[in-house]
Design a protein around this ligand. Structure first.
Ligand code: NCD
Ligand code: ZN
Length: 355
């Protein structure tokens, strides 16, 4: 039996308020615990988006009564809320800026709108950007201009990881995260193996080429965090017209990473650094006392959505053979998950930014 610290996932779409048929604070925190994640940071592209005091309360009121693991809520950068989100910063996970198109309404097209956020955000936590390719380069430049820490969400391309490597070498305060689906799936491979409908492989950033996937693995040392970008949409939505982009990921993260360890591509220390130590430092998160995950490293099995806790009911990794199973999760002294069962009640989770 392997004992790991509780994992931190800095990128989760909870879907509450507004889209609880996809997921809510209860189901998402069950999925987290089943995946060995004891703390998650919730993205703000809900309905309504979380972008001021009132909407932050809306999300946190739901979380307070429903969450079973620890959490914090992101604020979203909008065209006119730079001063307000800066004031709310101590109560939030961090600030999220959507600079490229994806699911939800929070996109900032005009680059002059970014300026006020970079100017006013206090910088005790990073500005997290959804910024692909050239918009990532623009965000890097702005972070350097205002001397603010920047965290690039879900990088997927060779040019992105190499640009971040260069930026780090030049002393720019930049960190980045990579999602399992960009490490384990390439577009052509996914089209062949696990996409019964075209909607199933829709995700932002899109799945990339094998050369991009290889570059991420070759530059593992540049990757600060693993993040799931758990973005649940129902099967009916994924297989219907205009399928929304996004994959669930909380319950496949650790089995996929442990299988990579077994294959010799990663070390257990990589998992601890990128899923616990680095996210805690980057996002200024508290330690969780008496919290750990027990893993059966030898257990071999197939990933199956019908055994998972997410409400979305599917996974892009259906049927994948993996090695390494979460047996037990202890959170702040309570056994929260054991052998497939969730053992803590809704409301057990704490807002780690509560002041
Ligand atoms: C996310 C979602 O569904 O909220 N979708 C996705 O494809 N990743 C939004 C996002 O993170 O871009
Ligand atoms: Zn996301």
């Amino acid at each position: 039996m392997l004992k790991l610290p509780g994992l931190i996932d800095p990128h989760v779409h909870v879907r509450e308020p507004g889209q609880t048929h996809k997921e809510d604070w209860d189901s998402v925190t069950q999925a987290a615990l089943a995946g060995g994640v004891t703390m998650l940071l919730a993205m703000p592209n809900t309905k309504p988006p979380i972008f001021d005091a009132e909407t932050l309360d809306l999300a946190l009121d739901a979380a307070r009564v429903k969450a079973r693991c620890d959490y914090a809520q992101y604020l979203g950068a909008g065209p006119e809320n730079a001063a307000e989100v800066a004031r709310l910063a101590p109560s939030a996970a961090a600030l999220k800026m959507y600079l490229d198109s994806t699911f939800g309404q929070l996109r900032l097209d005009d680059m002059t709108l970014w300026l006020e956020h970079f100017r006013q955000w206090p910088g005790t936590t990073p500005i997290v950007t959804h910024s692909e390719s050239r918009s990532m380069a623009a965000a890097l430049w702005m972070a350097q201009m205002f001397d603010k820490p920047l965290h690039i969400a879900h990088i997927s391309l060779r040019e992105e990881i190499l640009l971040i490597k260069a930026a780090k070498e030049h002393g720019i305060k930049v960190t980045c995260e990579v999602c399992p689906h960009h490490l384990f799936l390439d577009l052509a491979g996914a089209q062949n193996c696990c996409a019964p409908t075209p909607g199933r492989i829709e995700v932002r950033p899109r799945l990339a080429t094998q050369a991009d996937v290889d570059a991420l693995w070759e530059n593992m040392a540049v990757i600060d965090c693993f993040a799931t970008d758990h973005a649940p949409h129902t099967l009916a939505e994924k297989d219907g017209e205009n399928p929304p982009p996004g994959f669930p990921g909380l319950e496949t993260l650790l089995p996929l990473l442990l299988t990579a360890v077994d294959d010799g591509h990663l070390s257990i220390d990589d998992i601890i650094q990128k899923s616990v130590i680095n996210p805690r430092r980057i996002f200024n998160l508290p330690e969780q006392p008496e919290t750990w995950v027990e893993v059966d490293e030898k257990a071999e099995y197939e990933l199956k959505a019908n055994e998972m806790h997410s409400r979305c009911g599917w996974t892009p990794f259906e049927g994948w053979r993996v090695k390494g199973k979460v047996r037990k999760v202890v959170l702040r002294g309570r056994t929260a998950f054991e052998d497939g069962q969730i053992l803590v009640e809704p409301g057990f989770g704490r807002n780690i930014r509560e002041i």
